[in-house]
Design a protein around this ligand. Structure first.
Ligand code: ADP
Length: 219
């Protein structure tokens, strides 16, 4: 199977780290910015880096943007340029478009004009940091939908040397333990009768309200 080809437009902090990471993972990446200095800064970290104005449809056609599987529009400050770029890339027929939004209204407009995924990196990172401050035992939080999430939680002292059966985990907390991480090992089918040890990390799936209760009880 052919590897997906990515284009990243806008090489600020967000766009350049997306572009460099994808290249590092072995994908072909075209990085685009209208600022020549930004292009020069990344030229050795991506497959191709070019200077172009992404609000210029002809320039985008000339770059063959329509041939990319995924285009990431990472223009943050200039909301007008972000919207115009998204529209052009959509009209050129790119199958999957991911766009960084500055705020809710910007995000709404992007979804309306056909962005397949809208991301809010600053807001999401702020929420994660705040969440971690409130619940230091929660190492990771992945939202699956508006109602459900997966969290990684350090086994609180009350869990140590007890097993899931003794803890009556499912009935008491209304959540499911998907896996238990122990050091470098990951048990993806944890047995109900295996005792949890200090330092274990539980990977738990559940309804947000139940997870919140669990977190608050063992924060
Ligand atoms: P971050 O917050 O991730 O650093 P910025 O908004 O500061 O994001 O950076 C966005 C980048 O997008 C800048 O490097 C800027 O030069 C680039 N950019 C803005 N408008 C255009 C455009 N019309 N065409 C191409 N690149 C653009």
């Amino acid at each position: 199977m052919l590897k997906k080809q990515y284009a990243v437009i806008g090489l600020g902090r967000f766009g350049s780290s997306v572009a460099a990471y994808l290249t590092g993972m072995g994908y072909e990446v075209l990085a685009v910015d209208d600022n020549e200095e930004r292009v020069q800064d990344i030229v050795h970290q991506v497959t191709h880096a070019v200077s172009a104005d992404s609000t210029d449809e002809e320039a985008m056609k000339a770059l063959g943007i329509r041939n990319f599987d995924v285009v990431v529009v990472a223009i943050g400050q200039d909301i007008q340029a972000s919207i115009m770029t998204t529209l052009i890339v959509k009209e050129l027929g790119v199958p999957h478009i991911v766009v960084k939004a500055q705020n809710d209204m910007h995000g709404k407009v992007l979804s309306k004009i056909g962005a397949d995924k809208v991301v809010f990196p600053e807001r999401d990172m702020g929420l994660r940091v705040a969440h971690h401050l409130i619940s230091p035992n929660i190492l990771e939080h992945i939202e699956l939908s508006g109602d459900f999430s997966i969290v990684e939680m350090k086994a609180p002292p009350a869990f140590v040397n007890k097993n899931l059966k003794q803890l009556d985990f499912r009935a008491k907390f209304g959540c499911n333990v998907l896996a238990v991480k122990r050091g470098e090992d990951m048990d993806i089918a944890p047995r109900a009768d295996a005792p949890l040890l200090q330092g274990d990390v539980l990977v738990i799936v559940g309804k947000n309200e139940r997870l919140m209760k669990l977190e608050q009880t063992y924060a």
